[in-house]
Design a protein around this ligand. Structure first.
Ligand SMILES: Cc1cc2nc3c(=O)[nH]c(=O)nc-3n(C[C@H](O)[C@H](O)[C@H](O)COP(=O)(O)OP(=O)(O)OC[C@H]3O[C@@H](n4cnc5c(N)ncnc54)[C@H](O)[C@@H]3O)c2cc1C
Length: 488
């Protein structure tokens, strides 16, 4: 059976990996071709190593608690290359009018579960902290309909807790607008906690107790392993290491891989799909995986199904940019003890956050230098995200001057602009996914993977690839059995 995977980001590469692995495990013989429009593999994962700096253009780590990426990394033999975030620091700050205030420690799933640090914190006023406590009294919502992330947190913990504590941590992940992001599609666990425990803080406290018990059960060997204690991990030389290893593995196992191969259009025919590239060349596939952003998948499936294409095109994406700046340590007037800071939505800044990369991760910059990374761009504001690199650097430098008082010239800068990169799981997203899945029942040899659907994090993208491989291989297996029965 011939599989074509369109898109060579982490979702496409991992789908190909699991198709290959699972087919080998079940004795199926398959061919895989991956078509990628860009001139490099990895999509949003883009690591640059230059003059002792390790710079991530897109993601810098994956969440350990979602097991799929970790398991892939172990399969690739990279487990000894991993590191967790720097254990010497743990603080992250919120920038309010350019003033940095530490987020209180003791958050479980972003919900405060240690009252000492919250009481001492200057992030919220006394009335705002008291309002958070109402969470113990407010009954769980009875209405099962979806609500916005901002609406839910505000209902439970108050407006200020959303604006200055929980909102920046949650909606920042999507570069999204909390008033529009769907609770059900982004953080359904929070709603489950409310329903099960009658309140967010009560539920988070219970979760913390369970986690503490689990941690006690862990072997002392695991306790000594720095990466296993961190919420996030990444290879010491950056996430590009994983992409390189995946590509090597796929090539060695005979997968055909083509860069600079944008797909223009796909037609369904009797034996599967005819994939038509922009240069008019064609590839026939028995089964097809679209690992492209949803709006691209919508464009190229126009001839397969108008219903599917229209739904896919309506999934909104926000454009973002990351600007990494290297400074001599002497040029930074504040001490970088922490992972960086987040800028809340209502500060009306284009800047979303700033990571203190060389503090968050060990070995990311030469000893005399600090590496900072400024995130720019939010949902619905992508029209105004400049295209020009120098304009993006200027935004980053203005921000660093305002908040960190850095006026020196950076020694080096790296700019990565990501057009329509972050999918927005807005209200109505889960209903849309329902309609997409119903339509896919009419196209059993077609799978959609990647960040547009059920999770934007790298582990979610890998998970979508595993599920697609299972779905398509089960069809291939049924056809093999049918062919064998015909021969006999
Ligand atoms: C700045 C930034 C920081 C992030 N930080 C984190 C983080 O720290 N941790 C985390 O877990 N996640 C993070 N994310 C999210 C995560 O990186 C992405 O959701 C994930 O990498 C997306 O993978 P993907 O394979 O679905 O899509 P992509 O990486 O976008 O891959 C899609 C591929 O399809 C290709 N393509 C497009 N059109 C065509 C076509 N017509 N024909 C052929 N190929 C085509 C593209 O070139 C691309 O390579 C971040 C994202 C961004 C932008």
């Amino acid at each position: 059976m011939k599989f074509v995977v369109v898109g060579g980001g982490i979702a496409g590469l991992s789908t190909a990996y699991y198709l290959n692995k699972k087919a080998a495990d079940t004795g199926q013989s398959i061919d895989i071709t991956i078509l990628e429009s860009a001139d490099y593999w990895g999509g949003k994962i883009k690591t640059t190593i230059q003059e002792g700096f390790i710079v991530e253009g897109g993601p810098d780590a994956y969440l350990v608690s979602k097991p799929w990426m970790r398991s892939l990394v172990h399969d690739l033999g990279l487990e000894t290359d991993l590191q967790g975030t720097n254990p010497n620091f743990s603080s992250t700050y919120i920038s309010r009018h350019g003033v940095l205030t530490a987020i209180p420690s003791g958050l479980t799933m972003t919900i405060p579960t240690e009252f000492g640090p919250l009481i001492k914190s200057k992030l919220l006023s006394w009335p705002q902290k008291i309002r958070m406590g109402f969470d113990f009294l407010i009954p769980a919502g009875k209405d099962n309909s979806d609500e916005s992330l901002a609406g839910f947190i505000t209902r439970r913990l108050g407006h200020a807790a959303y604006e200055y504590l929980i909102g920046p941590l949650l909606s920042g992940i999507y570069a999204g607008d909390g008033q529009r992001l769907s609770l059900q599609s982004t953080f359904p666990i929070l709603r489950e906690i409310e329903q099960e425990h009658g309140g967010l803080i009560k539920g988070a406290l219970a979760t913390r107790r369970v986690r503490a018990d689990l941690a006690k059960q862990k072997s002392s060997q695991e306790k000594n392993d720095q990466s296993s204690r961190s919420i996030f991990e990444a290879p010491i030389s950056g996430l590009g290491t994983i992409v390189d290893a995946l590509v090597r593995q796929l090539k060695n196992s005979g997968v055909e891989m083509h860069l600079n191969s944008p797909v223009d259009n796909i037609v369904e025919n009797k034996t599967g799909y005819l994939v038509i590239l922009l240069d008019k060349s064609k590839i026939q596939a028995d089964a097809l995986v679209l690992a492209t952003p949803a709006y691209v998948s919508g464009k190229i499936t126009q001839k397969i199904s108008r219903v599917l294409a229209d739904e896919l095109k309506q999934i909104e994406y926000a454009s973002t940019a990351t600007i990494s700046l290297a400074y001599r340590k002497d040029d930074i007037p504040i001490t970088l003890e922490g992972y960086g800071y987040i800028v809340p939505e209502n500060e009306k800044s284009m800047v979303l956050a700033c990571t203190w990369t060389s503090s968050k991760w060990q070995h990311r910059a030469p000893d005399d230098y600090a590496l900072l990374r400024v995130f720019v761009g939010r949902a619905q504001k992508h029209e105004s995200l400049p295209h020009d690199k120098s304009a993006l650097i200027a935004i980053a430098r203005t921000e660093l001057k305002k908040t960190m008082k850095i006026s020196a010239e950076p020694a080096r800068t790296w700019v990565f602009r990501w057009e329509k990169a972050m999918p927005q799981y807005n209200l109505g997203h889960s209903e849309r996914l329902g309609r997409i899945e119903t339509e896919l029942l009419n196209h059993p040899r077609l799978a959609l993977v990647g960040n547009g659907y059920r999770g934007v994090g790298i582990p979610d993208c890998v998970h979508s690839g595993i599920q697609a491989a299972d779905k398509l291989l089960s069809i291939s297996q049924k056809e093999n059995i049918y062919e064998l029965q015909k021969i006999n």
